[in-house]
Design a protein around this ligand. Structure first.
Ligand SMILES: *Cc1c(COP(=O)(O)O)cnc(C)c1O
Length: 497
């Protein structure tokens, strides 16, 4: 097999081995790392249907992270996908009246971020050793809700690492905030920022680009790293569940090997659906990639018109907050692939976005995006879907999954394409009790989140997931709050600089 190396989408950085790209997160020219070639698995699918999640992970990750030794990868996989997932299948596909839900929320924090953030810390540790880094890794993250808690869980008590999470003090859901501020662990720090997510995100970027601070940290034995979704250590572990889902549908006889399926993905930063696109490029028989947006429909407009435009758009806060995003960072990789690896074009488009808040792709690129269908569903539509699926099939979807379900329905109505479709379910309904329960019945409007958890457990006939059970009684261990201008100072205090 060829050696996979990682090149920048913007073409001005040296190529890197997987371990180097995992530690750096982003290329030196500001571009994203992409593999120089995409391994082909089409011929190996037959016969793989009896493999476990971990075995499939081993095969796929080895193809992308080829400077890891097999034994090292196996250990990472064993530590990541263990009993902290509430099911041995790790990512089961549930059939609710013919709707196939790929449930990615059985990890400790009940959202799909666990799929990648449970393995990333181990990949980072090995990468650091391979790169000769002896400093302690300090993971800095700004979160709009789900990434923060998943990073805290993933790096919890992992030796040689610390994780510092900044969240907008009033910009996350009650349950999301409680999950973070009650998190105990000897290497984890959580700080509320007085401001919105963008301010927290910019504060983190400021820290990453402050060379003086970086040098000072180095002197004290620390190196900064990021756990955000552009890291290849997050992207490629997400390919695994598409293969696993397809193979488990073959195993259960719902499809035959080689049969095309569609996938519908609730999308924010474009990481999850990009993993589906890579899976397709690797030979997994996927037809359409249905990209579902909420009211922040910048991607919907992009797939319709070929123009990505954030300059005339208001950020909308919705009932699917983890998809409330205007700059979908991972889209840059799609631009690179759709331009057939034209890094000059990619760089030009990204510059346009930065300076003008918009860009338009040329027709030849637009033609190559035929694999995608962009759709959007608002909160009311998503709530109607939650109610409809619960009443018809007794299955409770969360608000993000409901956006994907709604857009898939629209797609089938519009096109008549009724291939089997996998709806990617990114969060447990227990994570968003007030929106989900008020969709089921208006009698739940105004009831407290914690009471609703108990009521939801009764309705769904399942226990409250252990990650949330009794969460209202857990002691608050993080009560540090700072202004967005004081984030550097907070990092200094925590690391005792
Ligand atoms: C992060 C997240 C998404 C969006 O995923 P992207 O990979 O950023 O597109 C959707 N749903 C939930 C619940 C999430 O946490």
């Amino acid at each position: 097999m060829n050696d996979v190396s990682y090149i920048s989408t913007r073409g001005k950085a040296k190529s890197a081995a997987a371990s180097e790209a995992i530690i750096k997160g982003i290329a030196e020219d500001g571009g994203l790392f992409v593999p120089n070639y995409i391994p082909d698995f089409n011929g190996s699918l037959a016969g793989m249907e009896n493999k476990s999640y971990k075995e499939i992970a081993g095969i796929i990750l080895k193809a992308f992270f080829d400077d890891f030794k097999c034994g090292e990868l196996t250990r990472c996989i064993e530590k990541a996908y263990d009993v902290k997932f509430g099911t041995t299948e790790i990512a089961p596909v549930k059939d609710a009246g013919g709707n196939l839900f790929l449930e990615l929320f059985h990890g400790p924090t009940l959202a799909f971020k666990d799929m990648a953030l449970s393995i990333l810390p181990y990949l980072m540790k090995i990468s650091a050793a391979r790169q000769g880094i002896q400093n302690e890794l300090v993971i800095l993250t700004a979160t709009s809700g789900d990434t923060g808690k998943a990073a805290l869980e993933g790096f919890n008590n992992v030796e040689g690492t610390r994780v510092i999470v900044f969240f907008p003090e009033n910009g996350v859901s009650e349950i999301q905030k409680r999950q973070m501020i009650t998190h105990s662990g000897n290497n984890t720090f959580v700080i509320g920022v007085r401001g919105n997510f963008d301010m927290a995100q910019n504060g983190v970027k400021d820290i990453f680009t402050d060379q003086g601070l970086i040098d000072e940290l180095d002197g004290k034995g620390y190196i900064l790293s990021s756990a955000n979704s552009i890291n290849i250590g997050r992207l490629f572990p997400q390919v695994v569940y598409y293969f696993h889902a397809y193979l488990s549908l073959v195993r259960s006889g719902k499809i035959s090997t080689g049969e095309m399926i569609n996938v519908a993905v609730p999308t924010g930063n474009f990481g999850n659906i990009l993993a589906a696109y890579y899976s397709k490029a690797m030979g997994l028989p996927i037809g359409k990639l249905i990209c579902a947006s909420n009211e922040n429909r910048v991607l919907y407009d992009f797939f319709r018109s070929g123009e990505y435009n954030i300059s005339e758009r208001e950020f909308v806060s919705t009932i699917s907050p983890s998809m409330d995003i205007l700059i979908s960072s991972n889209l840059e990789r799609l631009l690179y692939l759709a331009s057939a690896g034209d890094s000059e074009m990619t760089r030009y488009l990204m510059e346009q976005l930065k300076t003008k808040g918009r860009y338009s792709i040329p027709d030849f690129m637009k033609d190559r995006l035929d694999d995608f269908y962009g759709g959007s569903a608002d909160g009311e539509t998503a709530k109607r879907s939650i109610r409809e699926v619960f009443i018809s099939h007794g299955y409770l979807m969360d608000t993000h999954t409901a956006v994907a379900y709604s857009v898939l329905k629209k797609y089938v109505e519009e096109t008549g394409d009724d291939k089997k479709a996998v709806i990617v379910s990114t969060a447990s309904p227990f994570k968003f009790p007030s929106a989900v329960m008020s969709a089921v019945s208006p009698e739940y409007i105004g009831v407290s989140n914690y009471e609703l958890l108990r009521e939801m457990s009764r309705l769904a006939g399942t226990n409250i997931p252990s990650g949330l059970d009794g969460i209202e009684k857990r002691p608050v261990v993080h009560n540090r709050v700072c202004e967005s201008g004081e984030m550097k100072k907070a990092v200094r205090d925590i690391l005792k600089l």
